[in-house]
Design a protein around this ligand. Sequence first.
Ligand SMILES: [Zn+2]
Ligand SMILES: [Zn+2]
Length: 178
Amino acid sequence: MKNEKSPYNIRIGVVPVGEVPEIAPKVVAAHFVGYLNLSTDIFPPLELPGYAFDKRRSQYDAGLIIKSFESMQFDNCDKVIGILDVDLFVPLFTHVFGEARLGGKCALISLFRMEKNPERAAKTALHEFGHLCDLQHCTDKNCLMHFSKGLEELDSIPLCFCRYCSAYLRDAFCRLSL
Ligand SMILES: [Zn+2]
Ligand SMILES: [Zn+2]
């Protein structure tokens, strides 16, 4: 989706990984276009990376997948959101809805623990994208950068960044657009 009106020259790649409901990448991409005014590309699905499967936990290691995706090009997209429908973990947590490295290029989100709800996926994608743009967790419970421990908390967060995080995001967009 090219966004002619966007003042920023930023492209977001949305990449399904493994079997993912077709609607999910579309809804996630639509939120980047509609809410953040950015252009998006939806990529053909990638295979689920077997190397990241932890047999003992029966979960996929989000950090390992991110590490390998960060070395890939994705057609020169500035930031990349991988969407999976398998259980993801990072060390110290039993599971995660999403994961991103602060200031990194690629984030992952998983539909697995969100009842395959694409709007929850979109919220999580915007949150992880915030991390990719150097935003940390926000204490404001009405901000997308607030950390949610469970679905109830995720659902109670409105679909917007607080004034502080919005301003920070705009700065990041200007830096990325250079
Ligand atoms: Zn977070
Ligand atoms: Zn905030």
